[in-house]
Design a protein around this ligand. Structure first.
Ligand code: UDP
Length: 400
């Protein structure tokens, strides 16, 4: 019997964690139900794909809690948390297991699962450091994980290390990387790419692209500074300001481009659903995060688009790229390093093509959605006490 799984995620927007979850629930549709804490594009996408989804009656005090927020906001959120736990507990009784896919989902999901007498997994997508979380939130996450969570799936060794350093129990973690569907990239032909470049008015230009939500640690400002040194190069900034504070960052980027006099070469495209097409249309895919990236889906996607990828060498990026072989790693926060890496790729097209090809092959092999879904399914089966392990087909490349 396939276990019935109640997936829980707080976000209505489509960030990396939600795109990952979409792949998982799509593959196990008939046994899955998703609970979100708000409406939004993620809800719409799940509905469109015929996946069962419910939005909890959420309290503003809970939704307003920031990762780096203070204890007062946390205290104000307690009545809202209680009400959401009670709603979720009722639902959880109809399922075999809960699967919390975000921090807020951990808080509500772990308490609801225990109250309903169900096992619960947590998929940790973040590096638990002071860059991203207040001390109180790190402590709370680790406490709930150690006390109530049956198994923690982490998206990289870097995420696992930070969890351990914050006091998390490493005996119940396993690393499962994100999988990316290569067919979305393979299906795009040269004609479509040429048309897109023309429609952007960039048919004859060198184009680089960053494909991340606009938020300070994703480092789009580093890209703008880089462009200041490369007068011929255009940049696509693909991604929206998904969360509350990020709108101010978007404004600051636009102001910076204005001050630098490069607005004609910086193309803000906002959040897009056609990332594969856009990646295929650029010459180089850049990743510019200034803090360690927990995983970095965009790095794998750049490789599957058959593009040379330059990424900042910290966190998950170092686990994906073999520097100089299938991509380039540069130090974070360093526009000149990015300039030099771009120049290196442009100056030697033969080596660059070889690097892109190596990246494509490596990404197909290591980050197949099918295998990653199997890894997740096996953890779910273990959590409900089913020890029959599902095995890989063809490219048997389990994540660590
Ligand atoms: N993405 C998207 N549309 C955009 C910008 C980004 O669909 O306009 C996707 C991108 O293709 C990737 C995900 O958002 O799959 C971002 O995941 P990543 O792990 O790089 O970063 P996260 O958002 O999880 O920090």
């Amino acid at each position: 019997m396939k276990p019935r799984v109640l997936f829980v995620d707080h976000a209505g927007v489509l960030g990396g964690a939600e795109l990952y979850l979409l792949d998982i629930v799509r593959a196990m549709k008939e046994q899955s139900h998703v609970v979100l804490f708000e409406h939004g594009p993620f809800y719409d996408r799940l509905k469109e794909e015929g996946i069962e989804v419910t939005v909890l009656r959420s309290s503003d005090s809970v939704m307003g809690v920031e990762r780096t927020g203070g204890r007062l906001d946390d205290l104000k959120a307690i009545p809202g948390i209680f009400s959401m736990v009670m709603q979720l507990r009722k639902m959880a009784k109809d399922f075999d297991v809960l699967y919390a896919n975000s921090q807020k989902a951990l808080v509500i999901g772990s308490l609801a699962a225990k109250a309903a007498g169900r096992p619960v997994l947590w998929n940790l997508h973040d590096i638990l450091t002071a860059d991203h979380f207040s001390g109180a939130h790190r402590k709370l996450g680790v406490f709930l994980a150690n006390q109530f969570i049956d198994h923690v799936i982490v998206n990289s060794q870097a995420t696992k290390d930070a969890f351990g350093e914050s006091g998390g129990d490493l005996n119940k973690t396993s690393i499962i990387y994100n999988g990316i569907d290569a067919s979305r990239f393979d299906s795009i032909d040269d004609h479509e790419v040429a048309e897109l470049r023309t429609s952007l008015g960039l048919a004859d230009h060198k184009i680089v692209g960053v494909f991340s939500r606009l938020t300070p640690w994703k480092g789009q400002h580093i890209l703008l500074e880089t462009l200041g040194h490369l007068p011929e190069v255009h940049a696509l900034l693909v991604g929206g300001a998904l969360f509350q504070d990020d709108h101010a960052y978007e404004r600051s980027l636009r102001n910076l481009a204005e001050r630098m006099g490069i607005t004609d070469r910086v193309h803000f495209l906002g959040f897009r659903d056609d990332v594969p097409r856009l990646m295929k249309a650029v010459d180089i895919v850049l990743h510019s995060s200034t803090s360690p990236e927990p995983f970095g889906r965009v790095i794998v996607e750049g490789m599957l688009a058959n593009k040379p990828v330059i990424a900042t060498g910290a966190g998950g990026a170092k686990e994906i790229i073999d520097n100089g072989v299938d991509g380039l790693l540069i130090p974070p926060n360093n526009p000149m390093a990015m300039v030099n890496a771009i120049n290196q790729l442009v100056a030697d097209p033969v080596s660059t093509e070889k690097m892109a090809r190596a990246g494509y092959q490596m990404a197909r092999k290591r980050f197949s959605v099918e295998n990653i879904v199997l890894d997740v399914q096996n953890q779910i089966r273990k959590a409900v006490g089913d020890l029959d392990v599902l095995t890989y087909t063809e490219t048997s490349t389990p994540s660590i």
